[in-house]
Design a protein around this ligand. Structure first.
Ligand SMILES: Cc1ncc(COP(=O)(O)O)c(C=O)c1O
Length: 458
């Protein structure tokens, strides 16, 4: 790909709103764009030929005879429970080492990993846990199920992640834990979160359920807080159907977490009986057998996604009005599980992202457009009011405190998640980015073709 003699900034300056297509043609940002622009093909959405007819990789999860053999081995061992087998405990060591965490305890899900963390940090009735409204509901369930209040902090409109600058104002004498969420492989501003938490001596539990191998400054997310929780549920990038991991460096806390997921047994086996509080959240040997094989596959997949994601990002950011989602530091490693781009419709004759994406999809590229995931926010979910009205909450919080809490559930940015008027385009990089460079070039070609023909969509 040839580089334009124009810098990106000067290129954008020369590009007036609504003229992205013409600008692309005039400047010839790259040879690829030049070629695409010359092909003034009719959009597939309007009956023209699609850029691509071959489907993108979309099979998930991926397995072969290695997973089959591992499963059969576990089956024939007749040790299906980790109390008798080795697969769970062996994978704990492998995963801890790969993540750079001194300790790892596996569980049967990301939710139970979070649950164990909060329980072992003593979160209970009357406490507050600072978190984000922009997450999967499991993050909030573990707080409310402990009869604690999820204190939501508004999000950063550029990223959808918790706005770390607002955390300090949310801290009260009741704050027991700060629980940031790294969504879809994009780390939150974890260094800032840690600095605030350390200043106030409040433990951080990271919800890294969606972000295995995402990093900030060469450190994996999930290893910054006192614990970090990972999910191996099937939608994720490293999977065993269901499954989870708790990572941490505090030996005593991690022993307690390991005990908690195992009905309170002492993991060191130095105390008899059931010396710790707990429940049964154990992973089975079958899950660990699959996970062990999947992890070998995951490491290769992760490298392929990195190569393709970086390449695609470089190409697409040349298009005025399209920008890869902001990262908090130059040294942030995203995992491209879901690949997100800011879309500024001003550059596209006010065509909404959903329409732009529809046209790109018609070209054979699986992209979606619109607002962020979990659009409404967890503060609007019915479960919250159910909890606030429950006897347990009534016994744990004064009426005045609950009234004040209800009145606080307004978040200017989250409630209008793209306040700048920008929308997003996103792709399921988990599968689509397992392809080859040619697949990435097809994505660029489809996006540029739609940008070039944007006036046909108005
Ligand atoms: C952000 C987040 N937190 C927690 C969880 C819970 O993980 P699990 O489904 O493994 O219990 C998920 C799973 O989707 C998640 O996306």
């Amino acid at each position: 790909m040839k580089k334009s003699s124009l810098t990106r900034r000067s290129f954008i300056r020369k590009t007036s709103a609504g003229l992205a297509g013409a600008a692309l043609a005039a400047t010839g940002v790259s040879s690829l764009y030049g070629n695409i622009v010359k092909k003034t093909n009719k959009l597939a959405l309007l009956g023209g030929a699609a850029v691509r007819t071959k489907p993108f990789p979309s099979t998930w999860p991926i397995f072969d005879e290695n997973e089959e053999k591992a499963l059969l081995k576990a089956l024939h061992s007749r040790n299906w429970c980790c109390l008798r087998g080795n697969a769970v405990y062996d994978f704990e060591k492998v995963f801890a080492e790969a993540m750079g965490a001194p300790y790892c305890a596996l569980s049967n899900g990301g939710t139970t990993a979070l649950n164990a963390s909060l329980h072992c940090l003593g979160v209970g009735p009357g406490d507050e846990v600072i978190t984000t409204p922009h997450t999967f509901i499991a993050t909030i369930n573990v707080i409310t199920n402990a009869h604690a209040l999820p204190v939501f902090v508004d999000v950063d409109g550029d990223t959808g992640s918790i706005n770390a600058d607002l955390i300090e104002d949310a801290i009260t004498e009741h704050t027991k834990v700060i629980l940031p969420v790294h969504l879809a492989g994009y780390p939150v501003d974890i260094e800032k979160v840690m600095a605030i938490a350390n200043k106030h001596n409040i433990p951080v539990v990271e919800d890294a359920c969606q972000s295995v191998f995402a990093e900030v400054n060469n450190k994996k997310v999930g290893t910054f807080g006192v614990t970090g929780c990972i999910s191996f549920q099937e939608w994720k990038s490293l999977v065993s159907g269901e499954g989870g991991a708790i990572l941490g460096s505090d030996e005593d806390l991690m022993w307690r977490c390991a005990a908690f997921v195992n009905n309170g047994r002492d993991p060191k086996k130095s105390k008899r009986g059931y010396p710790y509080p707990g429940s049964n959240h154990r992973m089975t040997e079958f899950q660990a057998a699959i996970l062990t094989e999947q992890f070998k596959r995951f490491k290769k997949q992760d490298k392929t996604r990195q190569r393709n994601g970086k390449y695609l990002e470089k190409q697409l950011q040349e298009i005025p009005g399209i920008k890869p989602r902001k990262r908090y530091s130059e040294r942030t490693r995203i995992t491209y599980i879901s690949f997100e781009l800011d879309y500024d419709k001003k550059y596209f004759k006010n065509v909404p992202a959903s329409k732009f994406a529809e046209a790109v999809r018609a070209e054979g590229v699986p992209i979606s457009g619109g607002k962020r995931r979990y659009g409404g926010g967890c503060h609007k979910e019915g479960m919250l009011e159910e909890h606030l009205n429950s006897d347990a909450f009534g016994a744990s919080f004064s009426k005045a405190r609950l009234k004040k809490y209800r009145e606080s559930l307004h978040f200017p940015v989250m409630d209008n998640i793209r306040p700048s008027g920008k929308e997003k385009l996103s792709m399921e990089g988990k599968t689509a980015f397992l392809g080859r460079k040619k697949d990435m070039d097809d994505i660029v070609e489809a996006v540029v073709k739609v940008a070039k023909n944007i006036d046909k969509l108005t």
